[in-house]
Write a protein that binds this ligand. Sequence first.
Ligand SMILES: Nc1ncnc2c1ncn2[C@@H]1O[C@H](COP(=O)(O)OP(=O)(O)O)[C@@H](O)[C@H]1O
Ligand SMILES: Cc1ncc(COP(=O)(O)O)c(N)n1
Ligand SMILES: [Mg+2]
Length: 559
Amino acid sequence: MQGANLVGFNTNFLPTFPILKTTPHLFCHLKQAYPTASSTFASMGNDEFTTTTTTTVRVPRVLTVAGSDSGAGAGIQADMKACAALGVYCTTVITAVTAQNTAGVQGIHTVPADFVEKQMLSVLTDIGADVVKTGMLPTVDIIRSICDVLKTYPVKALVVDPVLVATSGDELAGPAVLDVLREELLPMADLVTPNLPEASALIGGENVVNISDMREAAQAIHALGPRNVLVKGGHLPGTGGMVDVLYDGVDWHELSGSRVETHNTHGTGCTLASAIAAELAKGHPMLPAILAAKQYLADTLQQSAGLNIGRGAQGPLNHLYKLSNWGKTSTERQFKPEALLLYAVTDAAMNKRWGRSTADAVRGAIEGGATIIQIREKEAETGEFLREAEASLKVARHYGIPLLINDRIDIAMACDADGIHLGQSDLPVAQARALLGPEKIIGVSCKTPEQAEKAWKDGADYIGSGGVYPTTTKKDNKTIGLDGLREVCYGSPIPVVAIGGISTSNAGQVMQEPRPQNLKGVAVVSALFNQADVVASTQALRSVLARTVKKSSPVVPLL
Ligand SMILES: Nc1ncnc2c1ncn2[C@@H]1O[C@H](COP(=O)(O)OP(=O)(O)O)[C@@H](O)[C@H]1O
Ligand SMILES: Cc1ncc(COP(=O)(O)O)c(N)n1
Ligand SMILES: [Mg+2]
């Protein structure tokens, strides 16, 4: 790869590259399996054949040599998905199997170097690759094997993502590999894509913390021999834009973009390197390939920002959002976990005491900043309850705020409410889901992780957990406290809203950082509705929450 000319690479290889590539041995298999198809495979070269009767589209190919991530957010799994999203066939050579999830890396099982080599040969002697991309390379022997194979089977471009540390902070390759990376693999690379800690390690440990450091690091790494260096700025401190620095030995490019506010950044580095490899495989020159890949990553980060996969600090991306947009699915299901932030639960007796209708109470709460409403009516007759629910729903729809009915699925269905909230002794969740269909919201009150797990399995969208503090709104209600709440959160695969005796004086404590990632807000009755001014009391609680719950606040990883 040394001295490969990327401009030549771009213009030369596309038109002449074989339409189908295989070995004569494989061709025999094809002939046996599809005897009538043999006329299609008219001429066959040494290791390739072309068709005279059909025009087959040439499929661009990337070979990724990387580690497996059992959580499928990074590594081989991210590489495959990124390539698939960009229309490129991706083959895989696995260097290590990691036991990994959104919270971190729990174990690494390294594949022996000779077996890495064997996998590479299997791919390169048959399917071939336009571009090789490397990720996690945990041992010196593995790196040497890769260099040896690439010398025998050169490809059009080599992209090296010098993976040393996962986004979670766990080490994936130790300092022992640095010398061989610098001396043997990097000189063969057309592009190397270190993040800030990796750039720092490659240049001998000097801090890389700002753009001027990134430029210096890029220059020093370029001196090791790769044609292009992209120092990625994902770890730059601050909340401003994102800048990656590209250096090709002559020109500098500061590639800037806006920062997507999201916890879901696991695998961004792997995704970027694979996306660049995919764009190079399609025949784009280096700078356009990087720009296209960055655009794909930015779109994917944006589309994945609302995902809630795993309980750790960094969730994965939805690489294939164009195929299956989970964001859209959750809108169809109406439920957005963020809606649990300020959950207002009405109380008929309180409304009567203060001389207001349920619909007026709902309007006040929404105008004060409530993000979801539940109508809880324990005494009223069915006809009256339905009329209250219909009037309240009209208000909630006007403001675009979801409205649920407590317990009474008949009322929820009759007024076409957005969903239902069930207690442990109410209608079972599975039956409620069967009656309401997949789009309505179902919440369940749970006091234990076991109840939460069951609610999730039965089809609930969220858990209401409490009493966090003693309350008079609900008779004989056991107080589980903040510890009990946290225990439920950690055991719950779905979002949780805290309930029970919560007011402006203690909501900050409930939501204080660090807090479980799936604790989304507080549900409140008296603090909003047993007050003279519902709008003002809701506003007061909303501002306490606004101070505590920042959009990108840190969360407690599970492990
Ligand atoms: N929150 C974000 N918003 C937009 N781009 C991001 C964000 N986080 C990372 N990126 C981009 O993702 C790529 C990978 O970045 P980085 O986090 O530095 O690498 P790594 O995943 O290897 O640690 C870079 O192009 C960076 O600019
Ligand atoms: C197997 C494997 N390879 C690479 C990474 C880096 O992940 P990131 O792209 O978030 O830096 C990882 N976490 N696991
Ligand atoms: Mg990385």
